[in-house]
Every structure is written in C-alpha cells, then in structure tokens.
Design a protein around this ligand. Sequence first.
Ligand code: GLN
Length: 209
Amino acid sequence: MTVAERTPARRRRVGVLALQGDVREHFVVLERLGASPVEVRSPSDVAGIEALVLPGGESTTMSMLLDSSGLSRELEQMVADGLPMLGTCAGMILLAREVLDGRPDQRSYGAIDLAVRRNGFGRQVASFETDLDVKGLDEPMHAVFIRAPLVERTGTQVEVLAEVDLPGEEGRRRPVVCAEGNVIVSSFHPELAGDGRLHEQLLFNVEGD
Ligand code: GLN
C-alpha cells in the first residue's frame, strides 16, 4: 500500500507544541500526510486536537515556557487522557518519566516509562547522522541526532522500535525509537530529513482510538 492509500480520509487536527523548536518541519510533514496541524502556544489552542507533536529544541526552555503559558496542566491532562503523542528529541525528554542531567526545576510528563539522559551521546559525538532500521518499516530511516537524549532505562511496557550503536562503542546498542500505548518518541529528528513515517504511525494511533 502507498502512503496516499493509507492516509486517513478525515483531516485530523494535530497540535504541534509551538513554544520553541523546529515546529515548521513538523507542519510540513503533517500536511503532506493529509493532517491539519495547529500551533499550540496557549491552553485555548488545545481544543479539539486529536494528537500532539512535541518537537525538538531545548527541553529546559520548553519546560519553563510550558509553566508560564499555562500549558503544563493541559499537557498533564492530555497525558492522563492517553492522547496520541509523538515526541522528537527534546520532545522525547518532555514525555519521559525520568530525566537525568536535566535542570533541577525541569519538568517531564511521564507519558512513556523511560529514563533519558540529556545530551547523553557525549561531547565528541554530540551530533551525527545515520540510517536506522525501524521495526515495522520496510526502508531504513535517515536519523539526524542533535545533542540527543540517551535512553538509560526502558519500562517493561515500552516497545523498542529502533536502536543505534553507541558511537565509539560498537556493540553497545541503545534504544532511539520507543513506543508505549499511544505514545511514540525518537531521540533524533525524523522531520529534518522529511521522513513522515513516525507521524504516519501517530495518525494511525488516532484512528485506532
Ligand atoms: N539537548 C536538547 C535538550 O536537552 C535536545 C536537543 C534537540 O532537541 N535537538 O533539550
């Protein structure tokens, strides 16, 4: 089946957290998939959204802005409601249960049972690109890692969909795409390579509800 054939008939209203970070790239991918992306900057923007994308950026800054915008409580509620979500890079950090090497006042929302270490790939390899095999996808995904979080622990309900060799430590693989229920996270930026296959999965999670 082609992507077009599998695209849901109804335009799904998908919020993209737009406090900071690479919002535009997510819009482009979502529009291409036939969804209707909306910027989420304040509590009034969440009305009617059927899924939420949390982009990359700086999780510390986003955490502060979530509090000052009043969106923090909305996000807690969306997590409690089991709204389908996709978090990339800093978005993964925000959705994780536990953040290591974060700022003491940084918040995360526990939508997926992971412990992630901010900037955990180390200084030498802070940013890199690679092609990854992702469970369920026929073709590899080009993954752009930018000061990415490193997954240190996965909960028992978490499904690991892709792993990468720790740069410089071949054979020590770490999860980089994970899912639990309706929540998908990646430590890299699929949207920067224009890859919409995780977004497509997000839209299927909306259909499945
Ligand atoms: N290092 C950033 C953080 O800690 C994440 C980087 C990114 O999203 N590309 O939030």
